[in-house]
Design a protein around this ligand. Structure first.
Ligand code: 8Z2
Ligand code: NDP
Length: 292
């Protein structure tokens, strides 16, 4: 996405709007802190990076596409006046994760908060998954998040400093048709986080997850138009969430407001887990009960 596009995305706020979104947080909340956000070149990750920058943090951002990252970093530098590190890599490769973490630790002296936001999936009915597609989603969301978590935690323990991880997952408790691979991967991240919250508590490391519902963002571009329309009516609020809903939830968990919270999942989904239909790969005939 070039600079002009990032001002006028099809879904979600442009960069200028993002920089000025209202927030409930005070502007020095993360002064002197370092925050690493994966997948920050677009969508929710970019919004998370923007909010932390506005709250005083120094940012390191990573993702696969260098141009998106650099475009985002330029805006972050302008917004905060502080250094921003970009590192193109894939979270699916443990060696690239390790090299990125080493570079960030070396340049910035460490990290206070890791936000594992990078991830995704494609919409398809489970019967149609092939092995490569299944593995791509599991490898990205579950394995990629794990490499990042373990790499950061090892460095925190080595330095004798506390750490804080927020994983962006999805609101999966009711299942998610058309996204079985992602539900498996996100359930893995959630179970992992709960276990690590116990194992790593002695090191002062907290881990929490956000269970995102339909959040209007760049990610919507990956779905067919007729299915995207269901994202705006799949919860009792009958609208999609916005990227700031997720960014503010991340800050809540990462800031001192979250100091007694670990191993938790904060669902930010407009009540979607209670009511609503969500058909990212289309509604199967079996469920078209109104038309019988
Ligand atoms: C109730 C509460 C609810 C609450 C929950 C509400 C959720 C709301 C909606 C969610 C929105 C979002 O998450 S929006 C965020 C979306 N953003 C993303 O998904 C971006 C990142 N995604 C990706 O990079 C890709 O989707 C992902 C598959 C993970 C990785 O792709 P890569 O190309 O890097 O991977 P590769 O290893 O090359 O493998 C690609 C293979 O994947 C398969 N594949 C890829 N696209 C495919 C497709 N459209 N249909 C079939 N199969 C496909 C094929 O087998 C491909 O192989 P070949 O056939 O050989 O090519
Ligand atoms: N929007 C929504 O409704 C929901 C989103 N989510 C999750 O929230 C997160 C952000 O999504 P969103 O902002 O909407 O969509 P985007 O597609 O904009 O964000 C996904 C980000 O992840 C990065 N990424 C993907 N694969 C890799 C990889 N292998 N290594 C490094 N970076 C990678 C992408 O960067 P690059 O393009 O440079 O690779 C991109 O910036 C994702 O994990 C998504 O699945 C969960 C539930 C709902």
């Amino acid at each position: 996405m070039n600079s002009a596009d990032s001002q006028h995305p099809k879904f979600g706020p442009g960069d200028e709007a993002l920089a000025a979104l209202p927030t409930v947080y005070r502007d020095d909340l993360f002064a002197g802190k370092v925050v690493l956000v994966s997948g920050a070149g677009s969508g929710i990750g970019k919004a998370i990076a923007f909010l932390f920058a506005r709250l005083g943090a120094t940012l390191a951002i990573c993702g696969r596409k260098a141009d998106k990252l650099e475009d985002c970093a330029e805006k972050l530098r302008a917004l905060s006046g502080r250094e921003v590190i970009t590192y193109p890599m894939t979270i699916r490769d443990p060696e690239q994760v390790d090299a990125m973490l080493s570079a960030v630790w070396e340049r910035l002296g460490g990290v206070d908060v890791l936000v594992n936001n990078a991830g995704g999936q494609f919409a398809a009915h489970a019967m149609d998954f092939n092995v490569k597609g299944w593995n791509a989603v599991i490898d990205t969301n579950l394995n990629g998040s794990w490499y990042m978590m373990q790499g950061a935690a090892r460095r925190w323990v080595e330095q004798g400093r506390p750490g804080n991880i927020v994983n962006i997952t999805a609101a999966i408790d009711r299942g998610l048709t058309g996204m079985a691979h992602t539900t498996a991967s996100r359930a893995g991240v959630i179970a992992l986080s709960r276990t690590l919250a116990i194992e790593w508590a002695e090191h002062g490391i907290r881990l929490n997850c956000i269970g995102a519902g339909a959040i209007e963002s760049n990610g919507f571009n990956n779905y067919r138009e007729e299915n995207v329309s269901t994202f705006y009516s799949c919860n009792p609020m009958k609208r999609a969430g916005d990227v700031q809903d997720i960014a503010e939830a991340v800050v809540y968990l990462a800031a001192p407001s979250g100091k007694f919270i670990t191993g938790e999942v904060l669902n930010v989904e407009g009540g979607m887990l209670l009511w609503g239909e969500f058909w990212p790969a289309g509604k199967p005939d079996y469920f078209k009960v109104d038309q019988e």
